[in-house]
Design a protein around this ligand. Structure first.
Ligand code: CA
Length: 359
C-alpha cells in the first residue's frame, strides 16, 4: 500500500514536472526583439553605459528571450528626436532625459530634477513609493508612452567659472552655458544663458566666449578638462538629482508577455540605480584626481543674496507654469508635499549625521 502511494506520488510529480517543462519550452520558443534609441553618442561614459547594462540584464534574466538592440545618436542622427521616434513606434524604447522635451510638452520638465528640489534618495522615494511614477505616466500616456526612471547623476555642480560671483552685480551680463529651467532662472537674474554643443564647450570657455560652463560634476567633468582653464568650481543648486529616463512605446510594451514586462521593468530599475552609484563612485575618484593635479581649484558656493534671488525667480517661474495648467500644479504640489516630509527626515538623519562630525 505504501509502495503504491509512493509510486502515485512519483507519477504525479513526474507529470507536474513535464507540464512545467512543457510550459517553459513553449515560453522559450519566442524571442522578442526591441529597438532602443539613446540621446547619447556612441561610447558615452556612464550615461551611455546605462542602457547597455539594462539590455544585458533583460537578456540574461529572460534567458535570451528579450533582446534589446541599441542605436546611439551617431546612428539615428536625432539625439533630441528620441521622444518622437518612440512615440511613432520607430523605436520601442528611448534612453534620454525628460526635461529635454519641455519645449514640446512643458510638464515633462518635472521628471528630471528641479532647482532647489529633492535630492536623489528623496526623489527616488517620490518616483517609486510616492506619486511620481503615476504622474509621469499620466503625462507620457497622452503620447502613447510609458516613462521610467533611467539613472541618476546625483547632485550636479553649479559650474566652472572664470571669475568669482560675490554679488548680484557679478551676475549681470554673465555668459553661462546652462540649459533648461535653471537657464531661465539665471536669465531672470540678468545673466545670459546660452546652450552650446558639448564638443565646443572647452574652446568656448578657453577663448572666453562664455564666462562659465555648467556640465555635470566630477564624474563627467574631468573628461571635459574645464578644471584646467577655469579656477572656480561652484556647488550646485539647480540639478540636485538629475534623473534620466527610459521611454517605452505603450503598444509595444503591451505586446510583451507578462513575465518579460516584469523583466524589462526590473532591468530598467536596476540599471537606473546602478548609474546613480556609478556616478557617485566616479565623482569621488575623479574629484580626488582633479584636486591632486590642479590644487589651485577653488570650490565656492554662491553667496546668500544670489541664492535668495535664484529661489525667488524659481518660485515665480513655477507659479507661472502652475497657473497655466492644472496638471502642472498637481505635479508641483505632489513634489512639494513629498519633499516636505522627506526633507524633515533627511534633516534629522543624513544632514544631522554629517553636521555632527568634525571636518
Ligand atoms: Ca547639467
Amino acid at each position: 500500500m505504501l509502495k503504491y502511494k509512493y509510486k502515485n506520488w512519483l507519477t504525479g510529480a513526474a507529470i507536474c514536472g513535464a507540464l512545467f517543462s512543457a510550459t517553459a519550452v513553449n515560453a522559450d520558443d519566442k524571442v522578442y526583439r526591441l529597438k532602443l534609441a539613446e540621446t547619447w553618442g556612441a561610447n558615452t561614459p556612464i550615461l551611455g553605459e546605462t542602457s547597455k547594462k539594462m539590455a544585458q540584464l533583460a537578456d540574461s534574466m529572460s534567458n535570451g528571450r528579450l533582446k534589446i538592440s541599441i542605436d546611439s545618436s551617431n546612428k539615428h542622427k536625432a539625439p533630441f528626436g528620441v521622444f518622437d521616434m518612440v512615440r511613432a513606434g520607430q523605436y520601442d524604447i528611448g534612453h534620454s532625459a525628460s526635461y529635454y522635451w519641455k519645449g514640446k510638452v512643458p510638464n515633462t520638465l518635472y521628471f528630471t530634477t528641479m532647482p532647489f528640489g529633492m535630492t536623489t534618495p528623496e526623489q527616488y522615494g517620490w518616483f517609486y513609493h510616492g506619486e511620481g511614477q503615476a504622474l509621469m505616466n499620466e503625462v507620457y500616456g497622452k503620447f502613447g508612452m510609458l516613462s521610467f526612471p533611467g539613472g541618476n547623476t546625483g547632485v550636479q555642480m553649479g559650474g566652472w567659472f572664470q571669475k568669482e560671483i560675490n554679488s548680484l552685480e557679478d551676475v549681470k551680463g554673465l555668459k553661462i552655458r546652462i540649459p533648461g529651467f535653471a537657464g531661465e532662472v539665471w536669465a531672470k537674474l540678468g545673466a545670459k544663458p546660452v546652450n552650446i554643443a558639448p564638443g565646443d564647450l572647452y574652446t568656448a570657455l578657453e577663448r572666453k566666449t562664455v564666462d562659465a560652463v555648467e556640465w555635470v560634476g566630477p564624474s563627467l567633468d574631468i573628461r571635459m578638462g574645464f578644471h584646467k582653464i577655469a579656477p572656480y568650481y561652484y556647488t550646485g543648486w539647480h540639478e540636485p538629482a538629475s534623473e534620466l529616463q527610459f521611454l517605452v512605446n505603450k503598444k509595444k510594451f503591451a505586446k510583451l508577455p507578462a513575465d518579460l514586462q516584469v523583466i524589462l521593468k526590473t532591468a530598467m530599475r536596476s540599471a537606473a540605480y546602478d548609474m546613480y552609484i556609478q556616478s557617485y563612485h566616479e565623482s569621488a575618484v575623479n574629484w580626488d584626481t582633479m584636486k591632486k593635479e590642479f590644487p589651485g581649484i577653488q570650490v565656492k558656493s554662491f553667496p546668500p543674496e544670489v541664492i535668495a534671488a535664484m529661489r525667488k525667480a524659481n518660485t515665480e517661474l513655477l507659479a507661472e507654469a502652475a497657473a497655466k495648467d492644472p496638471l502642472a500644479k498637481r505635479i508641483q504640489d505632489s513634489q512639494a508635499a513629498y519633499m516636505q516630509k522627506a526633507r524633515a527626515w533627511t534633516n534629522i538623519s543624513d544632514k544631522a549625521y554629517l553636521n555632527s562630525l568634525a571636518d
